[in-house]
Design a binder for this molecule. Structure first.
Ligand code: NAP
Length: 531
């Protein structure tokens, strides 16, 4: 391979679009390396039963190309994992991207050389490639978090993690299965597994607020409505906080009176989906308003679940709605009314150990054939830190980020010139509909590289002081929200042992963030060092 202008790492939503813009809009010599054997990113690895997107299909796709938008026909309100993967394959084929992608190519190490202003990328197996620019499109939720539990090696059954689900068809029929974790993933996988198992034991450390998804097949009329309203959907999505194609309410919860409050909430509940969070303007900012919504959901759980002890365990929240990412579900709470399903609260007594045929909790043995860990991810920073990244003067990213993920706008890291992170820490990323945040980042990076080339400059790098100031801004924004009203969430990094604690994404909203990024670019990339 000839010397490259740019290397892109990861073939999910970010990487594919970045490859297209750099290769076909800027005419750069680019190549993309992907660890998996297919496109898809997180949607490749998370192929567990029930895996489905929480964003509605008309918005969980690229908006940069209207023709492609019109050619693809989604079949359901929320796309399944397989359908998202099929969609990405379709886009990659349409844009003729496959010829610039190497699959089964895991990047192990990358090092910057000041003398040549080049990055050297090394794959597992030893092959190396040089490029001036590197774009990390490694995903926010791509590094699985597998708990270490004593005597795991003694277990004779199968241990699976939802984030690295095997390709083979796993049969649960007539088996005793345990699921650990009740976040968005657990809430999706539990009702699916419960359909065929002999018994399902759910080990819950923290209950999760969940809203009915109310998934359904899309008919031609709905599909055409989305296509005919493309410009409107696009406009609404990029000009709001969360990147979804609806406007959030401007009415605070107590302004309309409690009877009306509950009518609005009931309507949003019946409609289903994440727009429930936006049925009032102050749910995520005002504790009193939030408690109305939290109690509304608690009542729904208690009405749904027959066994009062299980109902209490499922709704015993020690944090407000929205402090952790709420889930969408399809009959999650109803699943606990099945005779073959039981909930074990491990809040006070964690899983103690495995033995050859199950796990022990509080000296009670639970016999199991399969244990499914739906225990989430080392989010946002995990997939970056899995690679040994060495910047200027031998600076290692792991050491640089030991205390906090210092970066500017989630786009660049001081001492790592010409390295860009798509939806990196300190950007709205996971707090938004991801394709909107991704397109905004990719467009910004593409414009930045284009300007550098036109100005005949060699490199761009975040300044240390600007990056620190940005981290202050990220902290300040988070203090205005409910996100800090829990001591434990993957947004805070507390789910991973040894990870620095601090709210990672930017919570000021995608619209505000986009304006900041654009202003910085128009202002000669203030805060970045160009040389
Ligand atoms: P998660 O939200 O981090 O949930 C992990 C679950 O595992 C939590 O219940 C956690 O309990 C539990 N857990 C972790 N370590 C444990 C341990 N050692 N012992 C017992 N329990 C343990 O992860 P996730 O459910 O995979 O979801 C992560 C994010 O991915 C979501 O918030 C969402 O943004 C995204 N996602 C999206 C979709 C979708 O669009 N449909 C689907 C799945 C995931 P604690 O809460 O006590 O830590």
């Amino acid at each position: 391979m000839a010397t490259l202008d740019a290397i892109i790492i990861g073939a999910g939503f970010s990487g594919l679009y970045q490859l297209y813009t750099l290769r076909d809009q800027l005419n750069l010599n680019c190549h993309l390396f992907e660890a998996a054997d297919e496109v898809g990113g997180t949607w490749h690895w998370n192929q567990y039963p029930g895996a489905r997107c929480d964003t509605e299909s008309q918005a969980y796709c690229y908006y940069f190309n209207k023709k492609i938008y019109n050619e693809w026909n989604w079949t359901e309100r929320y796309p399944s994992q397989q359908e998202v993967k099929d969609y990405l394959k379709f886009v990659a084929k349409k844009l003729n991207l496959f010829r610039s992608i190497s699959f089964s190519s895991n990047v192990k190490e990358m090092k910057y050389f000041d003398k040549t202003n080049k990055w050297k990328i090394q794959l597992d197996g030893g092959n190396t490639f040089d490029a001036r620019f590197v774009i990390m499109a490694t995903g926010c939720l791509s590094s699985e978090n597998l708990p270490i539990i004593a005597n795991q090696e003694k277990f004779k059954g199968k241990i699976l993690h939802t984030g690295k689900w095997p390709k083979e068809n796993i049969k649960f029929n007539d088996l005793d299965v345990g699921v650990v974790g009740t976040g968005s993933t657990g809430i999706q996988v539990i009702p699916e597994i419960a359909k065929t198992v002999k018994s399902l034991t759910v080990f819950q450390r923290t209950p999760n607020y969940s809203i009915p998804a109310r998934n359904q097949k899309l008919n031609l009329k709905e599909l055409n409505l989305h296509k005919n309203n493309f410009e409107y959907l696009k406009n609404v999505s990029i000009n709001n906080r969360h990147g979804h194609p609806w406007k959030h309410s401007t009415t605070p919860i107590h302004q309309v009176g409690s009877v009306k409050d509950s009518m609005v909430l009931n309507k949003a509940w019946e409609h289903g989906g994440l727009s429930f969070r936006d049925s009032f303007s102050n749910i995520n900012y005002d504790e009193c308003a939030n408690s109305v919504v939290s109690n509304f959901i608690i009542n729904k759980i208690q009405e749904t679940v027959n066994d009062p002890v299980t109902a209490n365990d499922l709704s015993d929240f020690d944090y407000p709605f929205g402090a952790k990412r709420p889930a969408l579900d399809t009959h999650y709470f109803e699943t606990f009314n099945q005779e073959n399903v039981k909930l074990i609260s491990i809040k006070k007594t964690p899983i103690d150990s495995f033995n050859h045929n199950g796990v022990l909790v509080n000296s009670i043995h639970y016999p199991l054939d399969i244990v499914v860990f739906a225990t989430g991810f080392d989010a946002i920073t995990g997939s970056l830190l899995k690679i040994n990244i060495i910047g200027k003067k031998g600076k290692n990213l792991k050491s640089e980020w030991k205390k906090e993920p210092i970066n500017l706008l989630g786009l660049q890291i001081p001492n790592f010139p010409n390295l860009f992170t798509i939806t990196g820490p300190g950007s709205p990323s996971v707090l938004t509909n991801m394709p909107r945040a991704i397109e905004q980042h990719v467009d910004w990076v593409t414009m930045c590289i284009s300007k550098l080339i036109n100005m005949k400059k060699n490199k761009i790098e975040a300044s240390h002081s600007a990056a620190l100031a940005w981290l202050d801004e990220v902290k300040l924004e988070s203090e205005r929200t409910m996100f800090l009203k829990t001591s434990n969430s993957w947004y805070l990094g507390t789910n991973v042992k040894g990870k620095p604690k601090g709210f990672i994404p930017y919570s000021g909203g995608l619209d505000k963030y986009t304006n900041i990024c654009n202003a910085i670019a128009q202002n000669g990339y203030k805060g970045f060092i160009i040389s």
